[in-house]
Each structure stands twice: as C-alpha cells, then as structure tokens.
Design a protein around this ligand. Structure first.
Ligand SMILES: [Fe+2]
Ligand SMILES: [Fe+2]
Ligand SMILES: [Fe+2]
Length: 316
C-alpha cells in the first residue's frame, strides 16, 4: 500500500525533483558543445539556474531531516548523459537536442507543479513558494528553447545540400511517426494503471487522436514516395532513446504518469515544430498544413493533461 501521509509524500516529491536536477545539471554541462551561438548560451545560463535549483531543493530536504536519495541521483546522472549521447548519435543533432531539452523542461514544470500541491497538502508554504518560483524558471528556459527552434533547424541543416532537402524532410516525417508510435504505447499502457477517471478520459481521448496522427503521417510518407523501410529505420534511430532512462524512471503513480505524459506531448510539440520548419524550407505545403494541424492537437493534449495535476495527486 502506498503511504499517503502528506509529510512522507512531500519528502518523496522533493527527492524526485532533486534527482531530476542532478540529471539536468549533467545535460546542461554537455549540451553547449553540441550547438552554437544563442542556443549554447541558453544551455550555459540554465546550468547556473539548475545548480541553484538543486541547492534550494536540497535545503528543503534538509529542513525535513531528509537527504537526497543517493540511488536515484546515480540513475539520474546516467540518464542525463544518455540524452546527450542520443542527440549526438542522430544526423540532426542540434534539432534532437533542443527537442529533448524542451520536453525535459516541461517534465520539470510538471514535477514542480506536483511538488507545490504536495507541499500545500503538508502545510509547507516555504516549499510551495520555492516550487512556484522554480517552475517559472523552467517555463522560461522552455520558452528560450522554443525561440531557438528556427536556429536549431538552421544548424541541423547547414550541411544539407538543397537537392537533399526532400530526403531530409522524409526523415523528419518518419521520426514523428516513430514518436507517435511510442506515445501510443505509453497511452495504451496507462489504461492498465489505476488512474483517476478525469485523467484516464483525457489520455483515452488523445489515444484516439494519436491513432489518427499515425495514419495521416503514414499517408503523407506514402504520397511523398518514401521507401517502405523509412518507418522501420526511424524506429531503429529513435530506439536508441529509452524513455525510461531519459525520464529517470517509469511512471508508477498517477501523478508521475501525468508528468511523464505531459513531457511526452511536449516532445511531440517540439518534433512537429521542427518538421514544420523543414517542410517550409522544402516548399512542401501539404506537410506544412499537416504539421500545423497535428501541432495544435499536441498542444491541446498537453494542456488537457496539465489540467489534471490536482486530480492525479488525489490517488498518490
Ligand atoms: Fe531544473
Ligand atoms: Fe530546467
Ligand atoms: Fe501526442
């Protein structure tokens, strides 16, 4: 039986965000080497913020006579390194890095929103105030990354000859297909978990949309004459990214599931933002339209999940 004592829950959430910050710090130290200019600067600046966040969280843990969990932090550091390695292994390293970093910042936003709820339930106003302040810093970093989508595509495509742009667009399309397939798996798995009805309904609704996205992207790949192996290749390319490692743990509570799903939806948001930009460059209006319409649904899905944070904390 999970322990529902508010004090125990609060310490668990503090331990979780501490491990998330340790993982973030590892990424922020290595990320600037993979990009240039303002993007590299964003990562450097966020390293300072991340180190300060880690200290603030550690102080709140100490105030509750708890220490950061050694075991979790080690897993976090390994995962952090994995994400940078993953981006480095991809043909469009700057794009993949910004996309995953954007998703990671949203996972942090979710974790701090949930921490704030846990802190208020335990009557710890100081932690609630800290959680709100750090959530704002994470949202700001996500905003800086979003402002860098153009630059990320620019840096990723710098070496691509104009006549190869169409092939490149094909790989971006195949990549969103692979992401949709992974996200469908996560949404299906969540059906087996004991989750509050409102959260279950939001995820079920998006599962249906996700199946539609898969069909539409497949059709677009077909119409563009993609090789039948394109989808398989993308699965292999993205298979190097183990979501469980990337997010430090598999979700085992409704609150974690909501945070995880929110991060995954934002991973898709970033993927479609990149696809949209590559399609514009390649002059493929049909793919532009497709990316824009799906992008909207991904943003709405993320919002619908965020609306369920208070409910997802009710069965912890
Ligand atoms: Fe952080
Ligand atoms: Fe962050
Ligand atoms: Fe989605």
């Amino acid at each position: 039986m999970p322990n529902k004592d508010p004090q125990t829950q609060l310490v668990k959430h503090l331990t979780d965000v501490h491990s998330i910050e340790e993982q973030a710090a590892v990424q922020m130290r290595r990320a600037p080497d993979l990009v240039e200019g303002a993007l590299a600067e964003s990562f450097r600046r966020h390293l300072g913020e991340t180190e300060s966040q880690e200290q603030r969280v550690r102080q709140r843990l100490q105030a509750h006579n708890a220490s950061p969990s050694k075991l979790k932090d080690v897993a976090g550091q390994a995962g952090g390194f994995g994400m940078v390695l993953f981006a480095r292994s991809q043909p469009d390293t700057p794009g993949k890095l910004v996309m995953h970093a954007f998703s990671y910042e949203h996972m942090e936003v979710a974790a701090y929103e949930l921490l704030g709820i846990a802190a208020r339930e335990a009557g710890d106003e100081e932690t609630a105030t800290m959680a709100a302040a750090i959530a704002d810093e994470e949202r700001e970093m996500a905003g800086r990354l979003a402002a860098g989508f153009d630059e990320a595509v620019e840096q990723a495509l710098r070496q691509v000859e104009p006549e190869d742009l169409g092939d490149q667009l094909g790989t971006y399309l195949a990549d969103v297909h692979a992401l949709e397939a992974q996200s469908k798996e996560l949404l299906e798995r969540s059906k087996e978990m004991d989750v509050p009805e409102a959260l279950r309904a939001a995820l079920a609704r998006h599962l249906e949309e996700t199946e539609g996205h898969l069909r539409k992207v497949e059709r677009r790949l077909d119409d563009r004459g993609a090789a039948p192996s394109a989808i398989k290749d993308a699965m292999l390319r993205l298979g190097a990214l183990n979501w469980g490692v990337f997010f430090a743990a598999q979700p085992d509570t409704p609150a974690k599931l909501a945070g995880f799903a929110y991060a995954v939806e934002n991973l898709e948001v970033a993927a479609y933002e990149l696809l949209l930009r590559v399609a514009r460059r390649a002059g493929d209006q049909e793919t532009v339209d497709l990316a824009e319409s799906i992008l909207n649904e991904e943003k709405n899905a993320a919002k619908a999940i965020a609306d369920q944070w208070p409910v997802s904390m009710s069965i912890a």
